[in-house]
Design a protein around this ligand. Structure first.
Ligand SMILES: *[C@@H]1O[C@H](CO)[C@@H](O)[C@H](O)[C@H]1NC(C)=O
Ligand SMILES: *[C@@H]1O[C@H](CO)[C@@H](O)[C@H](O)[C@H]1NC(C)=O
Ligand SMILES: *[C@@H]1O[C@H](CO)[C@@H](O)[C@H](O)[C@H]1NC(C)=O
Ligand SMILES: *[C@@H]1O[C@H](CO)[C@@H](O)[C@H](O)[C@H]1NC(C)=O
Length: 286
C-alpha cells in the first residue's frame, strides 16, 4: 500500500519533470518582433508578456518555420475591460498566396464573455470563420490552446478538447494549406473598430496598458522546415510514431467536438447563407 503510494508519487513527480523538460523556452524559440519593449520575455524564458497601449501593440514569432506539427501555447488573456483588444496565437506563411490558421481572442467589457475567433486561409483566401464562446474565464488562469496541423487535417483544441476540425479532402476539391511552411505568431493589438460587439464598444484607453501572458510554448511535436534543403525534420525520437501526424478524433473525440460546438459555437460561415449566395464552399458540404 505504502509502496504503491510512493510509486504513484514518484510517477507524478517524474511526469511533472518530463513536462517541465519538454516546455519550450521563449528565449530560444521566439523573437519579439513588434512593439519593442511591450513584448517581454521573463523568468529565464518561461514567461512572455505582451502589452498594448495607445501608441502600439506588441507581438512575437517563432524563429523556426514548420511544415506540419502540433503547437501548444498556454495563454492568460487581458483581464477586466478588454473591449477592443485582440490577443492572438496563429500559424502563417508569407506572401499574397499565404496560408494561415488563426486563433484570436476578441476582448469584451468587464463581465462579458470573450469570443474565440478562428479562421483558415488557403492560398491567400480566408473567409472560413468560426467563433466560439468559452466555458471558463480565460483571464483568471492559463489555459492551453493548440493547433494541430498535419497532412490529413487541422484541429483547434482548447485544454485538449477539440473545438474545430478542418479535413483535407482532395476528392471534394477542398483547399488545404499543405504547400508552404508556416511560422508561429502571437500578438496583442487594438481592433476597436470591429472586435467587440461589432465595433460598437471601443477600447477604454484609461485602462491601458493592457497585458496578456504566454507560457509553455510546445513544439515538441512539430517538424522544423529547412529552406536550404526544402524539407522538414520532425522533433522527437521516432517521428513516425508521433500521434499528431495522423491525429484524428476517435468516437469519444467526435462526441466531444459535437457537444462543444453545439454548446459554444456562436458563428459558423458554413451556415451564413447571406454571405454565400452562389452556394457554400465545398468543405461546408462534408
Ligand atoms: C480588475 O478590476 C478589479 C476591480 O475593478 C481590480 O481590483 C483589479 O486590480 C483589476 N485587475 C487588473 C489585472 O487590472
Ligand atoms: C461580448 O459580450 C456580448 C454581450 O454578452 C456578446 O454578445 C458578444 O458576443 C461578446 N463578444 C464580443 C467579442 O463582442
Ligand atoms: C527550394 O524551393 C525554392 C522555391 O520553390 C527554390 O527556389 C529553391 O531552389 C529550392 N531549393 C532547393 C535546395 O531545392
Ligand atoms: C518508429 O516506429 C515505427 C512504427 O512503430 C517503426 O515501424 C519504426 O521501425 C520505428 N523507427 C525507429 C527508427 O525506431
Amino acid at each position: 500500500m505504502l509502496y504503491s503510494r510512493m510509486l504513484q508519487h514518484f510517477l507524478l513527480v517524474l511526469a511533472c519533470l518530463l513536462m517541465a523538460a519538454s516546455a519550450g523556452n521563449f528565449n530560444q524559440d521566439v523573437a519579439c518582433t513588434y512593439g519593442g519593449r511591450r513584448c517581454q520575455i521573463l523568468r529565464g524564458g518561461s514567461l512572455l508578456t505582451l502589452s498594448l497601449d495607445q501608441v502600439s501593440g506588441s507581438g512575437f514569432n517563432s524563429k523556426n518555420q514548420y511544415m506540419f506539427g502540433r503547437f501548444d501555447m498556454q495563454m492568460k488573456l487581458v483581464p477586466n475591460n478588454s473591449a477592443g483588444t485582440v490577443t492572438t496565437f496563429y500559424l502563417t506563411s508569407f506572401g499574397p498566396s499565404h496560408n494561415e490558421i488563426d486563433i484570436e481572442f476578441l476582448g469584451n467589457q468587464s463581465g462579458q464573455p470573450y469570443t474565440l475567433h478562428t479562421n483558415i486561409y488557403c492560398q491567400g483566401q480566408g473567409n472560413r470563420e468560426q467563433q466560439f464562446k468559452l466555458w471558463f474565464d480565460p483571464t483568471k488562469n492559463f489555459h492551453t490552446y493548440s493547433i494541430v496541423w498535419n497532412p490529413q487535417r487541422i484541429m483547434i483544441l482548447v485544454d485538449n478538447s477539440p473545438l474545430r476540425v478542418y479535413e483535407n479532402n482532395l476528392a471534394k476539391e477542398i483547399p488545404y494549406p499543405n504547400d508552404q511552411p508556416m511560422s508561429v505568431f502571437a500578438s496583442l493589438w487594438d481592433a476597436e473598430d470591429w472586435a467587440t460587439q461589432g465595433g460598437r464598444v471601443k477600447t477604454d484607453w484609461t485602462q491601458a496598458p493592457f497585458y496578456a501572458s504566454y507560457r509553455n510554448f510546445n513544439t515538441n511535436n512539430a517538424c522544423v522546415w529547412s529552406s536550404s534543403t526544402n524539407s522538414s525534420s520532425c522533433n522527437g525520437a521516432n517521428s513516425t510514431q508521433q500521434a499528431w501526424q495522423t491525429q484524428g478524433l476517435d468516437a469519444n473525440g467526435r462526441k466531444r467536438l459535437k457537444y462543444l460546438q453545439s454548446k459554444s459555437m456562436i458563428y459558423n460561415y458554413c451556415t451564413d447563407s447571406a454571405r454565400f449566395p452562389q452556394g457554400f464552399p465545398p468543405e461546408c458540404k462534408l
